[in-house]
Design a protein around this ligand. Sequence first.
Ligand SMILES: Nc1nc2c(c(=O)[nH]1)N[C@H]1C(S)=C(S)[C@@H](COP(=O)(O)OP(=O)(O)OC[C@H]3O[C@@H](n4cnc5c(=O)[nH]c(N)nc54)[C@H](O)[C@@H]3O)O[C@H]1N2
Ligand SMILES: Nc1nc2c(c(=O)[nH]1)N[C@H]1C(S)=C(S)[C@@H](COP(=O)(O)OP(=O)(O)OC[C@H]3O[C@@H](n4cnc5c(=O)[nH]c(N)nc54)[C@H](O)[C@@H]3O)O[C@H]1N2
Ligand code: SF4
Ligand SMILES: [Mo]
Length: 705
Amino acid sequence: MTQTHYRACHLCEAICGLKIETRGEEILSIKGDPDDPLSRGHICPKAVALQDIHEDPDRLRYPVKRVDGENGQHSWVEISWDEALDTTAEALMRSYREHGVDSIGVYLGNPSVHNYGMLTHQNYLFRWLRSKNRFSATSVDQLPHHLTSLWLFGHKSLFPIPDIDRSEYFLMLGANPLASNGSIWTVPDVKKRIKDMKARGGKLIVVDPRRTETAELASEHLSIVPGSDALFLAAMLNTLFEDGIADPGKLSAFTTGLDEIAAAVATFTPEHAAQHCGIDAPTIRRIAKDFADSGAAICYGRMGVSTQIFGGLCQWLIQIINIATGNLDKVGGSLFTLPAVDQVPRTGPGGFDRHRSRVRNLPEFDRELPAAAMAEEITTPGEGQIRVMFTGAGNPVLSTPNGRALDDALPQLDFMVSLDPYINETTRHAHIILPPTSPLEHDHYDIAFHINAMRNTSRYNPPVFEPASDKLHDWEIFTALGERVARALGEEPKELVAPHEMIDVGLQFGPYGKDSEHDLSLEKLKDNPSGIDLGELQPMLPDRLMTADKQIHCAAPPALADLDRLASTFGGTPADGLLLIGRRHVRSNNSWMHNYHRLVKGKPRDQLMVHPEDLSAHALKDGDQALLQSRSGEVTVTLLASDEVMPGVVSLPHGYGHNRQGVRMNTASANAGVSCNDVTDAAYLDELSGNAAINGVPVKLSAIA
Ligand SMILES: Nc1nc2c(c(=O)[nH]1)N[C@H]1C(S)=C(S)[C@@H](COP(=O)(O)OP(=O)(O)OC[C@H]3O[C@@H](n4cnc5c(=O)[nH]c(N)nc54)[C@H](O)[C@@H]3O)O[C@H]1N2
Ligand SMILES: Nc1nc2c(c(=O)[nH]1)N[C@H]1C(S)=C(S)[C@@H](COP(=O)(O)OP(=O)(O)OC[C@H]3O[C@@H](n4cnc5c(=O)[nH]c(N)nc54)[C@H](O)[C@@H]3O)O[C@H]1N2
Ligand code: SF4
Ligand SMILES: [Mo]
């Protein structure tokens, strides 16, 4: 009998609604759900990968233990859950007792945010292991967004979301939603939304060193020198203040500090910016004026302006521009969400720089240290050295800067455990791998991405397939380990509440729960499998602010102070040489989705894109193999001539490099590519936030001798 299931795609932040047809254990089709109020039927080519993940023979079904053999070769044997969990808990406790809790390092990767049980239940384990050595993909990604939100709005997760459907002017920096499908901006079907905006007479201006798919669709594309965006943004503010066109409107009633910022950006003229960023002064002035004159405008920046040496400053300046022009909390500008399960009032606001990393003295954020510090914290002896590592849903060997150093560091650990369905570049170093159920075998609620969504909706999906009784969900693995560790510590394990029960409480006591006309509950969502529409985003300030005095204090002292670093970095003549940036493709997803034939087939996508002028300057040509070197590493790349990138800029996607010994991802290894992060530099950071600067890395290109 054919059955229809409704299920969100959890692969990216667009959280598209899917309709999945099955017969018995067989998946017949995966299509977009036209009744989903957020995604309206949209999907991308990755949606079908849900089937490929589920059926992949390389995906681990049971725990495995590494057995070392000759010449660094090793094999894996399946073991029982009891053995795997007992061994892991014992190893964690041994290190805790002998070397202290900070000897346990933790890294959680991106899919942990797409898997709600991992969010709700990681503390069943980690509440007992409060190590300072916690890391996550946040510090190779959106850390500057969290910091800005903490400083300005009082909570790390209060993100201003572009209200594209009602906007007139969209200034987008360092984002390529046509490939990424949006980030810190859940916006399924973004292509149509951009086209609709332009059809209404709206304008999209894309600022990017590469003429991306999104830039192709834009009204205007401005090529910018990687890492120089903060100058461009400061110069826009300079124009807004100098020309007297800044007007925060209703925000004035609860905003302080703009005068101080006006004084601080007085020297950041468009002429100065133009010398370094490759965009001329009249254009910067024009963009500032058009932005201010427009009825409803959005300034938004993502990866390209977050993971660079001025990531923190860029994200702060972006929101100051939105505030100074009255476009924050405005329809058609940037608005805050009100999700049905509202984490903002229930989770801590986050904090910054309450402790620092041991070796390099880098600041924590939200009790996590910069991922760029992980390798040195493993290899540098002394008190607080990491001796045991727990990784979950992450592949930091491919995803963090100078991943080679981490690849070399992990074998030095006393013990490593990975919560992951694959033996990949990182987990191959584990002693034990704990594989969770397949995505289609567990239920789903988007705790994280409704916070970032351009419309308030709510949706719960039961599992598509019931897992066999000897499989464990990620949250059950956390719970089982937590119980063991608690008992070893002589403590009572945390009382067990399943993730869906937490969601039910969150829904009933949330903003659309018992006390509202929506009367949301888990039952009600089950009766509405495509999801429930809760309407467009609404202005909510100052009520929604989480600052103690319900004011936005714009002049965040660390950000203001960082303007000095900006001035001194761009004080002299512009440097020459090549700068490396990344690239995403719609059929790829970070490091872990190269194992599905349907997605990887077709033209290669892992080459280094180089401008033809730079190719001839280096006596190289399209298709050549060449050496790409930085201060910290080198890789051999295949060259792709393209005028999409501006001269002086080369682009290499991350997440490749699957040919390392011991990786068990057959399709991925057959199209291995090289890892961009073998070239990025762990010492090259945004000094303000500690975020990795994986874009704008100085590199050299040469023919292979
Ligand atoms: N040079 C460069 N580096 C980058 C980036 C870049 O643009 N350029 N981007 C950065 C960004 S934005 C990010 S988010 C990071 C991502 O970096 P990571 O989060 O470290 O890596 P992923 O490639 O997402 O690896 C995901 C892992 O999770 C596993 N997994 C998938 N689903 C589940 C699940 O449900 N449960 C469990 N337990 N495991 C699961 C997969 O098997 C895989 O091993 O990379 C960063 N690194
Ligand atoms: N298909 C696909 N979708 C994804 C992912 C994926 O790997 N594949 N990853 C997901 C994840 S984890 C994330 S975080 C999001 C990321 O979502 P986005 O940020 O939208 O995606 P990117 O393609 O990394 O876009 C970054 C852009 O910044 C540009 N850039 C690089 N350096 C600079 C600079 O110095 N200044 C400026 N102005 N621009 C610069 C790059 O050319 C690139 O176009 O995508 C998510 N969605
Ligand atoms: S855009 Fe693609 S990968 Fe992202 S949620 Fe939608 S179908 Fe999944
Ligand atoms: Mo990310």
